[in-house]
Design a protein around this ligand. Structure first.
Ligand code: CA
Length: 371
C-alpha cells in the first residue's frame, strides 16, 4: 500500500522530491537514537590564564559540541578546580571525571614510562613526536601501557621545543648546577639529579611564589609566551635555551576506558578529530605568539643565553645512563625505550638533511638582516 501511494505522489511531486521526503521520514528517528545526550567533565592540569595550553582542551570540547549539534558536551575545569593539577591520572583512573587534559610526564613518580608520551630528555621534536605516535607505534604502545590505569589516550597538543628556564645565577659549567633547587617537569628531574641538581615538581600556579621567595633557585615552564604571563622574568634574570628535556612535549586527552567504550563509534571519531585539530591549534598558537613575547622579554632586560655545549653534553651522558639503568629495572620502560630509540635515530638521520639545512640557512639570512 505504502509503495503504491508513494508512486502515486511521485507523479505529482517529481521523483527526486519523493525520494528526499522518504529518506527524511526514515532517517529522523534513527538520528535521534544515534545522537544521545552526553555530558563529560574534563580536568585540565593547567590554569585558565595560560590560554594556549589550557585552551587546547576548550578548543577540543568546542568542536565536539559543534559536531554533535550540542548533544555531546565536554566541560573543561582548570587545574585545582575539581581535581588537583597534578592528579589528573588518578581522577580519570577512578572515573571521578570522564577525562582529563594533562602532560603524561607529570606521572613519572608512578612509572617513568609515562614520560614517553610527553617527552624524555634529548628525545624527539614536535614533528618527530607525532610521527612516532601515529606511525612509529607510539599510540599502540602507550595505550597498551595505560590499560592498567583504565585510560585510553589521544594526542591533544604540543608546545614545540621549550625554553630551558629561568635562573637567578648564570650557568657556566656543570658545577653551577650542583645543589640548585629547580622546578622542572617530568623525567628531566632525574637526569639533572645525576649532575647534582635538586628537582622540584610544581604546578604552573605554584612556581612564581616559590621562585620569588627563593624556595627554588630556578624554574622552567614552557616558553616566552607562557613564561612572560607567569612573570618569571621579574624574579630571575637569566633565561636559558633550549629546554633539551622537552624538544617537542605532547599533551594528551586521557579518557577513562569504560567511558570511551560506552561512546557511540561516531562520537569516538569526533573526539579523535577534535583532538587532532586541538593538537595543531596549540602548536600553531604558540609558534605565532612566542616571537613577540621573546622580543618584549629581552627589551625588558631578560638575559637570553644558550646552555654551554659542555653542560648539555654532560646532561646528555647522564640521560643515556639513566635510560640504561631504568631499562634494567623496569620492563615496561624497557619495552617502549627499545622500540623508541631506533625511531629517534632514524628521525635524526632524515632531519639533518632537509629541515636542519633549510632552518640553518634561513637563520643565517635572518641574522644578516635579509629577512
Ligand atoms: Ca617545561
Amino acid at each position: 500500500m505504502k509503495r503504491r501511494s508513494l508512486f502515486k505522489n511521485a507523479g505529482k511531486l517529481g521523483v527526486g522530491t519523493v525520494a528526499a521526503a522518504a529518506s527524511t521520514v526514515v532517517a529522523a528517528p534513527a538520528i535521534a537514537q544515534s545522537m544521545p545526550e552526553i555530558r563529560w567533565r574534563c580536568a585540565s592540569s593547567f590554569p585558565k590564564s595560560l590560554d594556549t595550553i589550557y585552551g587546547a582542551a576548550e578548543q577540543m570540547a568546542k568542536r565536539v559540541s559543534e559536531a554533535t549539534d550540542g548533544k555531546f558536551q565536554i566541560r573543561v575545569f582548570a587545574g585545582g578546580e575539581i581535581v588537583p593539577a597534578l592528579q589528573v591520572v588518578d581522577a580519570v583512573q577512578a572515573n571521578t571525571v570522564e577525562c582529563g587534559h594533562t602532560a603524561p610526564y607529570y606521572y613519572v613518580g608512578k612509572d617513568p614510562t609515562f614520560a614517553f608520551q610527553t617527552a624524555i630528555p634529548f628525545g624527539l621534536n614536535a614533528r618527530q613526536q607525532i610521527a612516532w605516535m601515529y606511525f612509529g607505534g607510539g599510540r599502540e604502545l602507550m595505550n597498551d601501557f595505560l590499560k592498567e590505569y583504565s585510560i585510553h589516550s589521544i594526542p591533544c597538543g604540543n608546545t614545540g621545543a621549550q625554553m630551558g628556564g629561568w635562573f637567578r645565577k648564570e650557568i657556566k659549567t656543570i658545577d653551577d648546577m650542583k645543589g640548585l633547587k629547580m622546578r622542572i617537569g617530568g623525567f628531566a628531574g632525574q637526569v639533572l639529579a645525576k649532575v647534582g641538581l635538586v628537582p622540584q615538581q610544581l604546578a604552573a600556579s605554584d612556581i612564581y611564589p616559590a621562585l620569588e621567595k627563593g624556595t627554588i633557585d630556578a624554574a622552567e615552564w614552557v616558553g616566552p609566551y607562557d613564561d612572560e604571563k607567569l612573570g618569571f622574568n621579574k624574579v630571575a634574570p637569566n633565561y636559558y635555551y633550549p629546554g633539551w628535556w622537552e624538544g617537542g612535549p605532547e599533551l594528551d586527552l586521557y579518557i577513562n576506558t569504560s567511558q570511551w567504550e560506552k561512546l557511540p563509534k561516531h562520537y569516538q571519531a569526533i573526539v579523535e578529530s577534535a583532538s587532532a585539530e586541538a593538537h595543531n591549534w596549540m602548536i600553531a598558537k604558540y609558534d605565532a605568539q612566542n616571537p613577540a613575547a621573546l622580543r618584549r622579554l629581552v627589551a625588558g632586560g631578560t638575559k637570553l643565553q644558550a646552555f654551554p655545549t659542555a653542560v648539555m653534553e654532560a646532561c646528555f651522558a647522564a640521560a643515556e645512563e639513566l635510560y640504561t639503568e631504568t631499562s634494567a629495572k623496569n620492563p615496561k620502560f624497557k619495552k617502549i625505550y627499545d622500540a623508541w630509540k631506533p625511531f629517534r635515530s632514524e628521525q635524526f638521520l632524515w632531519a639533518q638533511i632537509a629541515d636542519n639545512t633549510f632552518d640553518n640557512f634561513m637563520v643565517r639570512q635572518y641574522r644578516a638582516n635579509k629577512l
